[in-house]
Design a protein around this ligand. Structure first.
Ligand code: GRF
Length: 316
């Protein structure tokens, strides 16, 4: 399979969710791997477990170090290990806004309640005191606010007569261990889904002056209002197994030059004339979105009437 996405896991103690992620990652088709486990306590039992499993670990006591500085250290360790995502697994410290900003949409957390119910601590006590029929757990994207951010998945766990916070926590933990790896696997692969790719392309294309979208030849296509197409989004069109945008270059020469320079990325699209149309693949791993934006803009520039182009230049 393609390279796995490297994930750094932050823990504070037991690390059973970290272990659940680690053992899930041992499955052959798991899209992520645990590249590093970091604890804010060098004696966290989870560290010993990770180490015994051959995973790189670092532990450092946070006491006496200002939060921003400590988080800066974590950031450095994660980057040195090449982590693309961060999974919080019982990490009992609030991360500084500066850290969260540096990993936008790249940090996930598991919380032992059905958020938005009961953020913070003592969630099981709260569910029992409220007489809820269910507790549960939530995996969510981390934003600057505590236990907030888009929810990626939840599991409801029935509360039994006679449950205490401990007995309920133990059952919720079983659910946590199932939920976390599934959500993380979906999350790290979402950027390769056609929905995500089309969403990004749409954002970039629609940001260009006077652009509009319609279906054309069975593909979402972007055109200048009342005018010609400047980009198509193609997903497995005619069962070619390709996800790409088809855009216009300055002409056949530029198209040939780009294909020659990077034949993995660019291709000559079938059914398009030799008038400078080119395919830019979005299914070759990490997409360079700056390049996509640049190519969409150039394509728009080739198609746009001179008057509109001048206006766009004028507006900068
Ligand atoms: C879990 O219940 C998790 O949801 C919460 O802290 C606990 C950590 O347990 N954030 P472990 O260290 O993963 O075993």
């Amino acid at each position: 399979m393609a390279d796995r996405v490297p994930v750094g896991v932050l823990i504070s103690g037991r690390g059973s969710n970290m272990a659940a992620l680690l053992y899930a990652s041992r499955a052959q088709d798991c899209p992520f791997e645990i590249a590093l486990v970091i604890a804010n306590d060098p004696d966290a039992p989870g560290l010993a477990l990770a180490r015994a499993e051959g995973i790189a670990t670092v532990g450092r006591n946070h006491r006496g170090t200002p939060r921003a500085e400590f988080d800066q250290w974590i950031d450095g360790e994660l980057r040195a290990a090449g982590c693309a995502y961060v999974a919080l697994a019982g990490y009992m410290r609030v991360l500084s806004p500066g850290f969260v900003d540096k990993w936008p949409d790249r940090i996930v957390n598991i919380h032992p309640s059905l958020l938005p119910l009961y953020p913070g601590l003592h969630t099981h006590e709260a569910a029992l005191a409220a007489g809820d029929s269910h507790g549960g757990c939530t995996v969510h994207v981390v934003t600057a606010a505590l236990d907030d951010g888009p929810i990626l998945g939840q599991t409801r766990v029935a509360i039994l007569p006679g449950d205490t916070a401990d007995t309920l926590a133990a059952r919720v933990l079983i659910a946590e261990h199932q939920l976390y790896s599934r959500c993380l696997a979906d999350y790290v692969t979402r950027e390769a889904t056609p929905e995500f790719l089309l969403g990004r392309v749409r954002e970039l294309a629609m940001a260009l002056p006077d652009s509009a979208e319609k279906m054309s030849h069975g593909m979402p296509a972007f055109h200048i209002s009342g005018g010609k197409m400047f980009a198509y989004f193609t997903f497995d069109h005619h069962h070619d197994g390709t996800t790409a945008i088809i855009i216009k270059t300055s002409g056949a020469d530029e198209a040939a030059m780009l294909i020659d320079r990077d034949p993995e990325l660019y291709y000559r699209p079938a059914y398009f004339g030799a008038s400078g149309w080119i395919g830019l693949r979005l299914d070759r791993g990490q997409v360079d979105w700056e390049q996509v934006a640049d190519r969409l803009q150039r394509s728009w520039g080739v198609i746009a009437p001179a008057k509109l182009r001048a206006l766009a230049d004028f507006l900068g």
